[in-house]
Each structure stands twice: as structure tokens, then as C-alpha cells.
Design a protein around this ligand. Structure first.
Ligand code: SF4
Ligand code: FES
Length: 371
């Protein structure tokens, strides 16, 4: 029997305040078409949406981008989140802010900072992000977070160019006194899909890295929490992406479109409501994009009669589109999907060839050689 899902309040909301970013990571999760500055929500519009999120029952707000610290009104928005009773997290590259401004964010009520690293080794990190001098700025930022008393999460995206340094990356997070480190393999949607061959590790390297993470978890138990996300291409069991479509999470783009996940705009059959036209509560309850894959009614077989369907909620719709060509298909990360073998074969073929150059995203895109 399928389950008709009546939406409870979402747990978290991610505000992509802007798509502007000083870095050019080849695995960027922002859409291929970036929102322009002139289309970004105004301060008053973001303040209204923050209030609506709090009234909807959201507990956590993630300020993200692009690079959220390039928005001049970030102090104001964080203060408004605090006044609205929301727990606020800043997701940042740490390269576009100085200590004084960060102290202003903390004084305004920022609760947590999540800092991304491209690698533990500066030369490799700065080649991946295509930003000279980034590593020193990130290290300084991490110091300010701890000096000012905030909990720090370090986020490191793993790919074939840094996977051999898993231990160093974990040690980096420990040395920075982070409470948590997220070791996440690249997920291949949007711009990252263009760089799949340049980023995909071999299965052997992935297995080795997974062993290293398990050993580090044992060694560092009680000192740091290690989250680990494996690439869908080598998985056998799908992840409950976003905790299930339209179950826990909303994403608001710089110009106000409300998405069930950050990559949902890759699904061209969906249309997205905007906070400029409707309240967040109305969008959460009735938006066709949220309704489309909510619950279990939409599922094909074998999901429809599978015991896992209310555990993984059918996995990832964006991955189904990217590999199976249909957002409503069984997630190819699942061993029961007819596309599962093809997905694994794509990964193995890409990872066993020499890495092509990174394709960096820029308003003028440039290809730069990867060593
Ligand atoms: Fe999940 Fe569907 Fe696979 Fe079952 S068949 S494990 S519900 S993706
Ligand atoms: Fe969109 Fe998984 S990234 S549903």
C-alpha cells in the first residue's frame, strides 16, 4: 500500500544568498545558469522569508551561496534569524571575509560555521578551487571561529586528486579544533557532471579511503565526529537524499525560487514557485515541485513494493535523471535499478583513464590543465 504524505514542518532551510563566488570548484553544485546579481532578493525580501521560515516551524537556517559573505547585508540577515528564533549556520569558503566582519556576524547571533577545504595540501587545494592564496585565508578563518567561541565544521570534498590524503584531511580538521568533519565524495549533478571524468576516483582508491575513514573514526572517537558520504556511482544502497523529497528541507535560490533540493533545477519538467509570489508555507504545502516526488505514490516498481521505500524515500531524483534519463526512475545507485550496472561502468571507465583538464566555471569559462 502506498503512503499519502501530509507534510510536517521542514527541519531546515538553505538560503543561497548569491551565486557569486571567488572560487571555481569543478564540482560546484550550483546550477549551470547562475542567477544574476540584479535578480537577487533584496534585504527586505530575505528578512520576510526568514520570518516566514520561523513561522513555518523551521529550526535551522543555512546561509550559503555561492559565497554568502559577499552579501553586504549578511549581518542584518543573521541578526534577523536570531530574533526569529532560528539556529543559523554559515556555509563559507572563508576567503572573502576579514576578522572584524566575522566578529560582527558572531555578535549578530551566528551560531555555527562550516568551512570548506579543497584539499589538505595548499597547492592542490588552490588548483582545485582555482584561487591562489585560498588555503592561508581558510586557516585564518578557522582560527577566528574557534577564538570567537563558535563550533566549527570542516567540509572536504573528495575526488581523484586528493583521495590519497584522507588521513591528512582528517588531521587538518582535528588540528583546527573542529567539532565535526564532513568527508564527502563529489556528487555528480550540474557543473560537477561536466567534470565527472576529471574527478571520479577508482573503486580501489574509494575502498582504501573508506578503510582509512573507519580507522580514523575509531582512533578519534570522542575528539571529532567524522561524517562520510560515498559517491552514488559506487554505492549499492541509495541515500535518503535530503531526508526524502519534500519531507525535511527547502532550498531558496538567490532570486527566490524554492526547491526541494539544491540540484532540483536540473529536472526541467518541474516548475518552481517563488517567494516573490507566494508564502513559504503555501509553497511547502502545495507547490507542484514538492508534491511531485513526495511520499511514495509516485514510485515505480521495484520501489513501490520495496521494504526500504520509507527508509530511503526512493533515493535521489537528480541522480535518477542524470543517469537513467528520468527523474521518476528508480535511483541507479540502488542495486535493484536496471541502470545500476551502467552507472558503475561509467564510473570505472572514467576513473581508469588519465584525468582530463578541469573545466572551471566562470562567466567566461576556461579550461586549465589538471596534473
Ligand atoms: Fe530504495 Fe527503491 Fe531501491 Fe527499494 S528499490 S532500496 S525503495 S531505491
Ligand atoms: Fe536532488 Fe538528490 S540532489 S534529489
Amino acid at each position: 500500500m502506498s503512503v499519502q504524505y501530509a507534510p510536517a514542518p521542514p527541519l531546515a532551510i538553505l538560503f543561497e544568498l548569491t551565486h557569486r563566488c571567488p572560487l571555481q570548484c569543478p564540482y560546484c553544485s550550483n546550477p549551470l545558469e547562475l542567477d544574476q546579481v540584479r535578480d537577487e532578493l533584496s534585504t527586505d525580501e530575505w528578512r520576510r522569508v526568514i520570518g516566514e521560515a520561523a513561522r513555518l516551524g523551521v529550526l535551522q537556517v543555512h546561509f550559503s551561496g555561492g559565497e554568502p559573505t559577499v552579501r553586504r547585508d549578511l549581518v542584518d540577515l543573521i541578526a534577523h534569524a536570531r530574533q526569529s528564533g532560528l539556529y543559523s549556520n554559515l556555509i563559507t569558503s572563508g576567503v572573502a571575509i576579514d576578522r572584524t566582519r566575522f566578529a560582527d556576524l558572531v555578535a549578530a547571533g551566528l551560531d555555527h560555521a562550516q568551512l570548506s577545504f579543497q584539499d589538505s595540501r595548499a597547492d592542490s587545494a588552490e588548483r582545485i578551487g582555482n584561487y591562489a592564496g585560498a588555503q592561508a585565508k581558510k586557516l585564518a578563518f578557522a582560527g577566528w571561529v574557534r577564538e570567537l567561541g563558535l563550533p566549527l565544521t570542516v567540509n572536504i570534498i573528495v575526488n581523484r586528486h586528493n583521495i590519497e590524503r584522507i588521513d591528512d584531511m582528517i588531521d587538518l580538521a582535528v588540528g583546527l579544533n573542529a567539532a565535526r568533519v564532513e568527508i564527502a565524495h563529489v556528487q555528480y549533478y550540474g557543473w560537477a557532471l561536466k567534470n565527472r571524468a576529471a574527478l571520479m576516483p577508482t573503486l580501489a582508491d574509494l575502498q582504501q579511503a573508506t578503510v582509512r575513514v573507519e580507522e580514523a573514526r575509531e582512533r578519534l572517537r570522542g575528539r571529532i565526529v567524522i561524517d562520510y558520504v560515498v559517491p552514488d556511482y559506487y554505492a549499492r544502497v541509495p541515500k535518503a537524499c535530503m531526508g526524502g523529497w519534500g519531507r525535511q528541507f527547502l532550498n531558496v535560490t538567490p532570486s527566490g525560487r524554492v526547491l526541494p533540493c539544491h540540484a532540483a533545477e536540473t529536472i526541467s519538467e518541474l516548475s518552481f514557485d517563488s517567494v516573490r509570489d507566494k508564502s513559504l508555507a503555501a509553497i511547502w504545502a502545495t507547490s507542484s515541485a514538492f508534491e511531485k516526488f513526495r511520499g511514495t505514490d509516485w514510485m515505480p516498481e521495484p520501489c513501490q513494493s520495496c521494504a526500504q521505500r520509507e527508509v530511503d524515500w526512493g533515493g535521489c531524483r537528480c541522480q535518477a535523471l542524470a543517469i537513467a534519463g528520468a527523474a521518476g526512475a528508480t535511483d541507479p545507485a540502488c542495486a535493484l535499478s536496471p541502470m545500476h550496472g551502467e552507472m558503475r561502468a561509467l564510473a570505472e571507465a572514467a576513473s581508469n583513464l588519465p584525468s582530463p583538464p578541469f573545466l572551471y566555471r566562470r562567466r567566461t569559462t576556461a579550461a586549465v590543465a589538471a596534473s
